[in-house]
Design a protein around this ligand. Structure first.
Ligand code: SPV
Ligand code: MG
Length: 431
C-alpha cells in the first residue's frame, strides 16, 4: 500500500483539513505530521494547545493511520524517514513566504520518486471565522501574558522588536521573511521608553507618564497577539510600582523591565555624559520584592536591568547586583552596555552563567550590533531586544520626504519611494 504524507499545524480541524484527509485516503495510507512547537512558532501562529494535544487531536481523526512529529518546517528529515509516495497540501502555499518550503518539498520528493498533490484551499466563511477566533484567543490577556515564559522555554533565543503604536505593532506582528527555505518572525514586542517618548516628541526622562504608556500598550494590543515586554524605566516609587504591576498583569503584559537607577532618569545610551544615579542594591531589591509580592499570576515577569556597565561601575558590581536582584525574586536580568564591542556583555553572561544556569538574560544590542542572536544565545542570552531600529528607520525617511516636498513644491518626486495607498489600506485588518 502506498503512503501519503501531510503536515498539519492547526489546532482546530475544519472542513479544509478533512478535505485533505479525504483526498489523501484515495492514494493510500495517511500519515499526518504534527509540526513541533518550536517549528510552529517561526512558521505560523503561536499554539494555544500543546504539541501532545495536537498529536492526540490528529490521531482521533477518521482516516488517519499514523501521526508523527515534524521537528523542522523544512520537510527534508521527515521525508527521508517516511519516504512517502505522495505529499498532499493545500494549494495556498504556491505564493507568499511558504512557496520556498513548497519548492524544497517538490524537489526532494521528485528526487525520491514521489509526487506532490495539491488540493484547492478551502476558503469559506466557516474557515475564516475559525481563523479569526484563534487569533482573538491569542490576544486575550491570559494567553498573551504567559506566552513570553512559554517562548523562553521553546526557543534558543526570543527576539523582540520595538513597537510604539498600532502600526509598529502590526509590523512586529506580521513581518515574516523566508531565508534559506525557512520562515522567520519576531516573537515579542518591546515597548521602549525611548521610542514611546520620541513618538510623542518628548525626551526619555520618565516624563511620559504611565497612563500615557498604558494608552500606547492598549493601541498595540488592539491589533496584535504577540507578547509585550514593557520598558518600565526605574519602576518609580516602590509604593506605586506594586499597583502598576497589578495593572500591567491584568492587561496581559508579559514582563516589565525596571532599571536600577533613581532620581531623574536619562537614557542609558548617554552613559556617563549626563548625570545619572544608580539605586542601591538594598533599595532596588526591595522594589523587586514588593513587585513580586504584588503580582497575582505565575506568568508575569519582573526583570531587573543593571546599569553598572553603562555607568562604568565595573563587572564586579554588575555581577553582585545580578546575584542580589535574582535573590530578591527577579525573573530575569537585563544587562546593558553602550560599548561597540560586545566583549563586556559576553563576559558578564559567561560569569553569570557559571553561578546561575537558568535565570533568563536579556540584552539590547543597539551599540554592540555586530553580534548575532546565535552568538548571544551561545553565551546564555535568552531574550534579544531590537529596541529602537523601527523608529530610527522611519524618522529619517519621513524627514527626507518632507524636505523633498518642500523643495519640489509637489509630491511627484517622492512618490516612487512611498508605499502604494492600496498596500497601506490592506495592512490593516478588517473585521
Ligand atoms: C529604551 O528602548 O528605551 C531602552 C533601551 O531603555 S536604551 O535606549 O538602550 O536605554
Ligand atoms: Mg528606556
Amino acid at each position: 500500500m502506498k503512503t501519503v504524507y501531510t503536515c498539519f499545524c492547526t489546532e482546530i480541524i475544519h472542513e479544509g483539513h478533512l478535505n485533505i484527509i479525504r483526498e489523501a485516503r484515495r492514494y493510500g495510507k495517511v500519515i499526518v505530521g504534527a509540526l513541533s512547537d518550536r517549528a510552529l512558532i517561526r512558521y505560523n501562529r503561536f499554539p494555544t494547545i500543546s504539541q501532545e494535544e495536537r498529536v492526540r487531536l490528529y490521531r482521533s481523526l477518521d482516516g488517519v493511520n499514523n501521526v508523527v512529529i515534524q521537528n523542522d518546517m523544512l520537510y527534508e528529515d521527515v521525508l527521508s524517514l517516511i519516504r512517502p509516495d505522495y505529499v498532499i497540501h493545500g494549494d495556498n502555499w504556491r505564493t507568499g513566504p511558504e512557496s520556498a518550503i513548497r519548492a524544497q518539498v517538490k524537489q526532494r520528493l521528485e528526487a525520491m520518486g514521489g509526487t506532490l498533490i495539491e488540493v484547492s484551499y478551502t476558503d469559506n466563511e466557516q474557515v475564516r471565522k475559525i481563523d479569526r477566533q484563534l487569533r482573538e484567543k491569542l490576544a486575550m490577556p491570559e494567553y498573551r501574558r504567559r506566552r513570553l515564559r512559554q517562548l523562553i522555554g521553546m526557543c534558543p533565543v526570543v527576539k523582540a522588536i520595538e513597537a510604539h503604536s498600532g502600526l509598529t505593532g502590526l509590523i512586529a506582528e506580521k513581518t515574516v521573511v523566508a531565508q534559506d527555505g525557512r520562515l522567520d518572525q519576531f516573537d515579542a514586542m518591546w515597548v521602549s521608553s525611548l521610542c514611546d517618548s520620541t513618538a510623542k516628541g518628548k525626551p526619555d526622562i520618565e516624563l511620559v507618564d504611565l497612563s500615557s504608556r498604558l494608552r500606547t500598550i492598549d493601541d498595540i494590543m488592539e491589533v496584535t497577539t504577540k507578547p509585550i515586554i514593557l520598558d518600565g524605566d526605574t519602576g518609580g516609587m516602590a509604593e506605586h510600582f506594586v499597583y502598576n504591576v497589578r495593572t500591567l498583569e491584568r492587561m496581559g503584559v508579559s514582563a516589565v523591565i525596571i532599571e536600577d537607577k533613581k532620581g531623574l532618569k536619562k537614557n542609558s545610551l548617554f552613559g556617563t555624559e549626563v548625570e545619572q544615579t544608580q539605586d542601591s542594591i538594598e533599595s532596588f531589591s526591595e522594589k523587586i520584592r514588593a513587585g513580586k509580592r504584588a503580582q497575582l499570576t505565575d506568568d508575569f515577569m519582573i526583570i531587573a536591568r543593571i546599569e553598572s556597565l553603562i555607568l562604568e561601575r565595573g563587572m564586579e558590581d554588575a555581577l553582585e547586583r545580578a546575584a542580589a536582584f535574582t535573590k530578591a525574586g527577579a525573573d530575569g536580568i537585563m544587562i546593558h552596555s553602550r560599548k561597540k564591542d560586545p566583549a563586556e556583555i559576553l563576559a558578564f553572561c559567561d560569569h553569570f552563567r557559571v553561578v546561575d544556569k537558568h535565570t533568563p538574560i536579556v540584552v539590547v544590542p543597539t551599540s554592540f550590533h555586530t553580534i548575532t542572536e546565535e552568538e548571544l544565545a551561545a553565551h546564555g542570552v535568552n531574550i534579544v531586544i531590537y529596541a529602537n531600529q523601527l523608529t530610527r528607520s522611519a524618522f529619517p525617511a519621513m524627514q527626507q520626504t518632507a524636505e523633498d516636498i518642500l523643495r519640489c513644491h509637489r509630491a511627484k518626486e517622492v512618490d516612487d519611494r512611498l508605499m502604494p495607498i492600496k498596500d497601506i489600506i490592506t495592512l490593516i485588518d478588517e473585521l
